[in-house]
Design a protein around this ligand. Structure first.
Ligand code: TNX
Length: 558
């Protein structure tokens, strides 16, 4: 397109004066056409290299220059966002801006952040980003929308060279309300700073849910005041980090001390929840039950069927046979106490209770569990598990919290308000939506970022599987086979980072990036605008941003 213009101008200059008006007209039509179709041309999308791809991009004329002093103008509502915007611009492009609450007369060289109640009213997360030679305006009906507008601005800022960005008008809003990323902090523990850094990665990709997998067999990570042994005992396992093959290190050896681990104090949890809120991210805590609970049982063996003793596995543990006893009322009292403290800490409307990968052999042998099956007139141990889930859901309901569970929860009759997280393929999510459940799609085939993403011989040791960047990009969360009513139950999708083989923040970054970028586009951008080749063209600019933020990322897509 650009070259065509150039060629065209050259030939106009070579022709006689009398032909100039005609060629000017043609040129005008070409430029108008170019602007009109701007939002679908790959040329423009590279020029405005934003991931996830915005709904509409209309290129304008001229550039906004950062050569002069730029002022961020805002009212008091947007003041914290203006400060965040200023910090981010400095971090990404080294440009200093000042923040001002009042508008100067004839303002030039400004970035204006403005709430506009009438803008994109039915798209509360939507925003408008306008760049003209005189100013940049980010507007939305919500602070969340303005936050996303800032994220898009960061992606078109000058990173080096000419301090200019081209004029443009961007209208944008997400396709799905659930844009999630999960992190397992049980198999490996990550510091408060690491978790905050992960939350920043989510924000950059316009993700709005952080699913925090806080408990599992290998460690309990959240302080519960009523049960101090959860952090004194359950948070610590023996250190086998020098043995990379996780599957081999199943049990602690005689005399080995539990020195690896950690937990978040309630104060730290509050700090992280507030940090996420400032980035318009909701944290969904996961407290696993009835399986994946060996770390708890090591501290409180009376909650199991056998009474133990148990040790915390430093690595792989399979099958998941050590469960909470479902026949014991004290199990439920314990879980209710724990959940009460969890509910206090997390303002989000959901609590994830796990529910995955349970082997029922202990329940089959346990007289208390068998008695429960009898008294509750349950068919078998599957029905006992759904009794378990329903009892917890009823408790959560008292606090206005909705239960979320992995897709195993629909094997019995799950409570109707339960949200199902479909991980064992799309079919379980499809079935759950047909049953009327809200569903988050996270099939391991497309959304497991602990899998390999490139040639295994060249990649760091991973759990297995293969989920390439293009596989993630090809993901479609809404199954064709659903009716339009059922399709409304698909809330969105989520990427999962299980950390059996991932011991450091840098390694998390490497596994999550750029796959998180591909998933972000799947769940934010309109389906009809998705294009793998166009995405690949925009990726190098995203990599530059990752470099600025000192994130590790995989280049295996190439
Ligand atoms: C399955 S996904 C699990 C996790 C593992 C993961 C490894 C799910 C609900 N359970 O416990 O960490 O696979 O990919």
């Amino acid at each position: 397109m650009k070259n065509q213009h150039y060629e065209h101008e050259k030939s106009a200059a070579l022709t006689g004066r009398h032909l100039r008006p005609f060629f000017s007209m043609v040129l005008f039509i070409l430029i108008s056409f170019h602007i009109a179709i701007g939002s679908i041309m790959p040329y423009d999308s590279v020029c405005y290299s934003i991931i996830p791809r915005p709904v509409q991009i209309i290129p304008g004329r001229g550039n906004f220059s950062f050569d002069a002093v730029v002022t961020i103008i805002t009212d008091s509502d947007c003041l914290p966002l203006a400060r965040y915007c200023s910090d981010q611009i400095r971090e990404v492009s080294g440009i200093n801006t000042t923040v001002l609450k009042k508008r100067k007369k004839n303002s030039q060289n400004i970035i204006s952040l403005a709430l506009n109640k009438d803008l994109l009213k039915d798209q509360p997360e939507g925003y408008l980003l306008e760049v003209t030679p005189a100013k940049i305006t980010i507007s939305s009906s919500t602070l969340t929308g303005i936050f996303y507008g800032i994220q898009s601005l960061l992606q078109i800022l000058p990173l080096s060279g000419a301090q200019k960005i081209p004029s443009v008008q961007i209208t944008d809003y997400p396709r799905f309300p659930w844009r999630g990323m999960h992190l397992d902090v049980s198999r490996h523990f990550f510091s408060v700073e690491a978790v905050k850094s992960y939350i920043d990665m989510l924000a950059l990709h316009k993700m709005n849910i952080f699913h925090w997998h806080l408990t599992d067999d290998q460690g309990w990570r959240i302080e519960i005041k009523k049960y101090p042994k959860l952090t004194q005992v359950s948070a610590w396992r023996v250190d086998r980090e020098s043995e990379p093959e996780w599957r081999n290190r199943q049990v602690a050896r005689e005399g080995e001390k539990a020195t690896y681990g950690g937990f978040y104090t309630q104060e730290q949890i509050k700090e992280i929840v507030a940090y996420a809120q400032d980035r318009h991210i909701t944290i969904v805590p996961e407290i696993e039950m009835p399986g994946h609970t060996k770390a708890v049982l090591a501290a409180y063996p009376q909650l199991s069927c056998s009474g133990g003793p148990f040790t915390i596995p430093p690595g792989g543990y399979w099958p998941i046979v050590d469960l909470y006893c479902a026949g014991n009322d004290s199990t439920f009292l314990f879980l209710q106490d724990v959940l009460k403290e969890v509910i206090e800490l997390f303002p989000c409307p959901y609590i994830h209770i796990g529910g995955d990968e349970v082997d029922h052999s202990e329940w089959k042998k346990c007289p208390k569990c068998q008695a429960r099956i009898q008294t509750e007139h349950l068919k078998d141990e599957h029905a006992l598990q759904s009794y378990f889930v329903k009892r917890i859901a009823a408790f959560l309901r008292l606090y206005n919290k909705r239960l979320i569970g992995w897709d195993e929860i629909i094997e019995g009759d799950a409570p109707s308000e339960a949200i199902v997280m479909a991980w064992r393929g799309m079919d379980n999510g499809t079935a759950a939506a047909r049953l009327g459940h809200d569903v988050v799609m996270t099939p391991s085939t497309h959304c497991y970022f602990d899998h390999y993403q490139g040639n295994q011989a060249l990649e760091p040791l991973a759990i297995g599987g293969f989920t390439s960047l293009s596989t993630v990009y090809s993901f479609e969360p809404v199954p064709d086979s659903l009716t339009s009513e059922q399709m409304k139950h698909i809330l969105g999708a989520q990427g999962n980072v299980w950390t059996e083989y991932i011991p450091t923040l840098q390694h998390i970054q490497y596994m999550a990036l750029p796959r998180m970028a591909a998933l972000a586009e799947v769940i934010w951008s309109p389906k009809e605008l998705r294009s793998w080749s166009d995405f690949k063209n925009r990726l190098p600019r995203m990599f530059e941003l990752y470099d600025k933020k000192k994130y590790y990322y995989a280049k295996s897509a190439y």
